[in-house]
Design a protein. Sequence first.
Length: 145
Amino acid sequence: MNEKTEKNVDDETAMALGTPADTSLLDFAVLTRLNDDLGRESVLELMGLFRTESERRRHRIETAVAARDSAAACHEAHALKGSALTFGACLLGALAFKMEQAGRRGDLEGLVSDLSELARLTVETQAALSRVFSASGDHCDPESS
């Protein structure tokens, strides 16, 4: 993996999320399970919802931070964390968790410092998911991406 899709997550965040500290952009085991359990069409539909929702949550976090409302940022980051981890978006989920904790502590500076990373990871995660599920044919093998 290249630098853009692999990054170290701090140990505290990783332990809280139950993931290894050194994690990648996507957890292909989660994606494979989703595909096997729900089927390609359902996953593609849900992926569209995730794309819309993750953008909406990101914008709400930015708005809350700009309004200096750490509680609202915490709430939105918590929701983003859940949806990201459902799709195996490890780094986005870990960052959302970190921002959720910052919001809980009222740490606006911490929230502000993570906004650009949130924007970048949201775009990268959506692009990676699109690549994984854009394979032609009736089946999807996330492990082959």
